[in-house]
Design a protein around this ligand. Structure first.
Ligand SMILES: *[C@@H]1O[C@H](CO)[C@@H](O)[C@H](O)[C@H]1NC(C)=O
Ligand SMILES: *[C@@H]1O[C@H](CO)[C@@H](O)[C@H](O)[C@H]1NC(C)=O
Ligand SMILES: *[C@@H]1O[C@H](CO)[C@@H](O)[C@H](O)[C@H]1NC(C)=O
Length: 267
């Protein structure tokens, strides 16, 4: 009787061991900790914003874009967008704002004046629409034309109004607003007082009102929804099959061992 009992104890120990191993294998896997997930690509540097491209597809802003290119101010703007911490905010009149411009004609301006007038349409800093409330409390704001070429802003319950001294206009749409580049559509050409002074008739004929085209800020689509989530999907299935193998093994060993034990006990 001594031998079978020892053997039975031995068998039980084996069983215990095998179920322990099974337990380890089948315990719910911790996929995140155990498997190296591919590290996501580092956040890309601020994306290059091609101003020429943006202005050519929105609007229509062809007249403004033509002036930008003929005066080479496009390079100044693009450089400000590319290479400065502050960024740039550009106010862009649509084509019908230029064609509606009867009284002070731009055709009589010198090259330098025209260049200043175009530079006058941008601020050397990125401003989100929400920033104009605070900006309006700060008095005249310098434009890229410098010196006395300033704009006054007022925020009228969310609508940004601009006063150039000669023309009053407002932001009618955000074409692009992602730091460092903001482009806002305005419904009139900004005529600097520094050029047109006060010797021009005080009330220019009202330009045909462009259709109010207030669209939400066209923020760039968020790129961060792409990286996560797809890589960890194969994990659960492989560990499940591991678990099944473990289960089969331990059932098998249980059967063999109990059968063997019974045999020994019977003999
Ligand atoms: C910017 O866009 C314009 C118009 O689409 C294109 O002609 C030009 O090559 C682009 N510039 C760069 C640097 O990609
Ligand atoms: C702005 O950056 C783009 C892309 O790096 C480059 O092609 C273009 O020449 C730059 N323009 C200026 C004015 O810095
Ligand atoms: C342009 O200037 C000339 C003379 O300086 C003047 O006679 C003419 O009326 C001006 N044209 C416009 C459209 O203002």
């Amino acid at each position: 009787m001594q031998f079978p009992r020892t053997f039975f104890v031995f068998c039980s120990a084996l069983l215990l061991c095998s179920s322990l191993t099974y337990g380890q294998k089948a315990s719910p896997p911790a996929p995140a900790a155990m498997t190296p997930t591919p590290t996501p690509a580092p956040a890309p540097a601020p994306e290059y914003v091609n101003l020429t491209y943006l202005l050519s597809v929105a609007g229509p802003f062809h007249t403004f874009l033509n002036y930008l290119e003929s005066t080479k101010v496009i390079d100044t703007f693009q450089n400000q967008a590319n290479n400065t911490e502050q960024g740039i905010t550009i106010f862009v009149p649509m084509d019908n704002s230029f064609s509606g411009l009867k009284k002070p004609s731009l055709s009589n301006l010198s090259d330098d004046q025209l260049k200043s007038l175009i530079l006058f349409h941008a601020l050397p800093k990125y401003y989100a629409l929400a920033d104009f409330g605070e900006l309006s409390t700060k008095g005249p704001v310098s434009t890229l034309a410098g010196g006395q070429y300033t704009l006054d802003f007022t925020d009228n319950s969310g609508t940004v109004h601009l006063d150039s001294g000669w023309s009053k206009t407002k932001v009618t749409s955000a074409v692009h607003s992602t730091d460092p580049v903001a482009i806002y559509q305005v419904d009139k050409v900004l005529l600097p007082e520094a050029i047109f002074g006060t010797d021009v008739p005080p009330m220019p004929a009202p330009a045909p009102a462009p259709a109010p085209d207030v669209s939400p800020a066209a923020d760039s689509p968020s790129a961060d929804s792409k990286g996560g989530g797809s890589s960890s999907k194969s994990l659960p299935s492989s560990s499940t099959s591991d678990g099944i193998v473990g289960l089969r093994l331990s059932v098998w060993s249980l059967m063999v061992l109990t059968g063997f034990g019974v045999l020994v006990l019977l003999s």
